[in-house]
Design a protein around this ligand. Structure first.
Ligand SMILES: [Cu+2]
Length: 275
């Protein structure tokens, strides 16, 4: 009873934020992004494409990169067979825009839309993901990077955003195992995959030049897996410059490994000294 009342009130609070229809048509401010069923080449050929759910049909979804203090206005269009919502993980935000279906907003039904409108107060490496039946929707690929740039970024030659995830695929067909709430997953602290991909790609390789300084933003999008990312091998130096909801810290800390746990982020600076 209390929860229903709260839901109704938060739904009407969200409605107040929407512009009148005519005004919106004349000055469209909200970039649309569509949650939809799509297919990507997740496992390498000759495996067929894997059916995923993605924002704009991509997996990961489009990278959102904005300046600290800027305003984000995105219209979620739900073309999925399930109700959905978008949570902006780690962003300090008004509850009405936080995207937790059933708590801070009503889930957006198939065929409907929701306008997200908020300011990003803190620099850092964040991500956005579905937050309705998350155990299924995130595992089907509904997520993307949300990068908030600090006014004075550390000096690097290049930046790479790496989203780590594991997938539970049928080894014959490369399709996502649809048993998202299996007794095994529930009794083993989550769903472990049998296939690891970075930015939705198997065996992703990135060429680096000698002495190139990289900034690596790592995001763990897996449900249960802790990735041990060994980026100190072969004489290459690795420093942590920030993690989760922080921009770069003035003093980089030298650390041998990165172990982003599920939903956590790690911001690394790496000097490539190839032997
Ligand atoms: Cu989250």
């Amino acid at each position: 009873m209390i929860r229903r009342d709260f839901l109704l009130r938060s739904a009407s609070a969200a409605a107040v934020l929407q512009l009148p229809r005519a005004g919106r048509a004349l000055t469209p401010q909200f970039d649309e992004f569509k949650a939809q069923v799509s297919a990507v080449q997740l496992a390498p050929p000759p495996y067929p494409k894997t059916e995923i759910w993605g924002y704009d049909g991509m997996m990961p979804g489009p990278e959102l990169r904005i300046a600290q203090g800027a305003r984000v206005q995105r219209k979620l269009l739900n073309a999925l067979p399930q109700a959905s919502s978008v949570h902006w993980h780690g962003i300090r935000i008004d509850n009405a825009m936080d995207g937790v279906a059933g708590l801070t907003q009503a889930a957006v039904e198939p065929g409907e839309s929701f306008d997200y409108d908020f300011v990003v107060p803190d620099a850092g490496t964040y991500w956005y993901h579905a937050h309705a039946r998350s155990i299924e929707q995130v595992a089907r690929g509904l997520y993307g990077a949300l990068i908030v740039e600090e006014a004075e970024a550390p000096e690097v030659d290049r930046e790479e955003v790496l989203i780590l995830d594991d997938w539970l695929l049928d080894p014959e067909t490369a399709q996502i195992n649809p048993d998202f709430t299996s007794a095994h997953s529930r009794s083993h602290a989550g769903r472990m995959g049998n296939f690891v991909a970075t930015n939705g790609q198997y065996g992703l390789a990135i060429d680096v030049r000698q002495n190139e300084r990289l900034r690596l933003r790592l995001i763990n999008a897996a449900n249960a897996r802790i990735f041990v990312v060994d980026i100190a091998r072969n004489g290459r130096l690795d420093h942590r410059v920030g993690r989760d909801a922080t921009g770069a810290t003035p003093e980089a800390r030298r650390t041998p490994h990165s172990r982003p746990r599920p939903a956590r982020r790690s911001d690394r600076r790496r000097d490539c000294r190839l032997r």
